[in-house]
Design a binder for this molecule. Structure first.
Ligand SMILES: CC(C)(COP(=O)(O)OP(=O)(O)OC[C@H]1O[C@@H](n2cnc3c(N)ncnc32)[C@H](O)[C@@H]1OP(=O)(O)O)[C@@H](O)C(=O)NCCC(=O)NCCS
Length: 321
């Protein structure tokens, strides 16, 4: 038998290793999706984060996988997103706003939600379809909206390196939150009480009983991007009356914690250039331009949006998917 050339062997081995790595990442993301596909992922795994009580806002948080999201909440999320984003979408050439497209995106089975419900001591529990559910997406009192805008500094310009220095602060905040959560799990249940008005089963909320008036949500998904497992934040929306109370920061940091614990390599999101409040938030939290973002690919171009990313530190001794 003639001698066979072994020249192609290293390439073949490299390809095989790459295919194995890609399969491992895909399997890890599938597992993340399955782990969060039903039930109350938040109450079960992050019990200390089922409540928010800061800056005059008392609220309960619930997790939903899209198939379990009550229809009235989906309508509310669509309305709130339309109120905040339609003009920005319309200003982006080739995008435009479409209720049908956004509804389909929000209802995608891979969509995962954290929804914040404002609670008032004397407030009765809202049912899906109540007027208050629809009203939450409407305009806020002008004073509240103005206060949210006036109280914060204008967004700093975002560059690929802008977030590096800011990386430590959110990481420290999350570490502190994790510590708080661990102590809650160890027996201090003060921050993990049952949500008034909700069923005590800890179900994902398909029970139709909402623990208050919805005021904010994040829509996220576990996905593969550039060969890595990522947590992609598709949407963060805080109703105008609840803005400026730290909810946006809290929800983004909670996503970071979920991403870190799930084992993703980084968080990603898309933001319009004109959205200065959102840019300021992401800048503060250490997000930087993704290598594939229009502004990174063509820094001199006139871009309407950017893709931002935040790499998560690998837990000691762990390998990222
Ligand atoms: C962007 C948004 C999510 C921020 O939520 P929020 O709860 O009001 O924000 P927070 O109170 O947590 O503020 C967090 C940080 O964001 C920045 N920020 C928030 N609102 C701002 C504003 N109007 N102008 C400038 N910076 C702002 C501040 O720097 C603040 O920093 P700090 O925590 O160090 O003080 C909220 O304004 C919103 O829902 N806007 C409409 C929808 C939207 O644009 N979503 C983002 C799509 S990419």
């Amino acid at each position: 038998m003639a001698k066979k050339s072994s020249k192609g062997k290293p390439k073949k081995l490299a390809r095989k290793a790459e295919n194995e790595r890609a399969a491992a990442v895909a399997a890890a993301v599938k597992a993340m999706n399955e782990a969060s596909a039903s039930g109350d992922f938040l109450a079960a795994q992050y019990p200390a984060f089922t409540r928010y009580d800061r800056k005059g806002l008392t609220a309960a948080l619930r997790f939903y996988a899209a198939p379990e999201l009550p229809p009235a909440l989906l309508d509310w999320a669509l309305g709130l997103t339309r109120d905040h984003m339609a003009a920005l979408y319309e200003a982006c050439p080739g995008w435009g706003w479409s209720d049908a497209k956004k509804r389909a995106e929000l209802a995608d089975p891979a969509a995962r939600y954290l929804v914040v419900f404002e609670q008032q001591p004397a407030a009765q529990v809202q049912q899906p379809g109540d007027a208050a559910v629809g009203a939450a997406g409407g305009a806020a009192p002008p004073a509240a909206a103005a206060a949210a805008g006036d109280a914060v500094a204008p967004a700093a310009p975002l560059t690929a390196a802008a977030g590096t220095a800011a990386l430590e602060a959110p990481a420290a905040a999350i570490a502190a939150d994790e510590q708080r959560e661990n102590s809650a799990a160890a027996g201090n249940t003060s921050s993990a009480q049952a949500v008034p008005g909700s069923s005590s089963s800890g179900s994902g909320g398909g029970d139709g009983c909402l623990p208050g008036r919805p005021v904010a949500f994040v829509h996220f998904r576990f996905e593969v991007e550039e060969g890595e497992a990522v947590l992609y934040c598709y949407e963060i929306q805080v109703a105008a009356a609840a803005q400026g109370k730290g909810l946006g920061r809290f929800l983004m940091q909670l996503l970071e914690l979920v991403g870190r614990r799930s084992g993703v390599a980084r968080l990603m999101l898309t933001v319009f250039h004109a959205n200065t409040a959102a840019l300021a938030l992401y800048n503060r939290l250490g997000y930087v331009l993704d290598d594939d973002s229009p502004g990174a690919v063509d820094p001199s171009g006139d871009h309407k949006y950017e893709i931002l990313t935040k790499r998560l530190p690998a837990p000691a001794g762990a390998t990222k998917a």
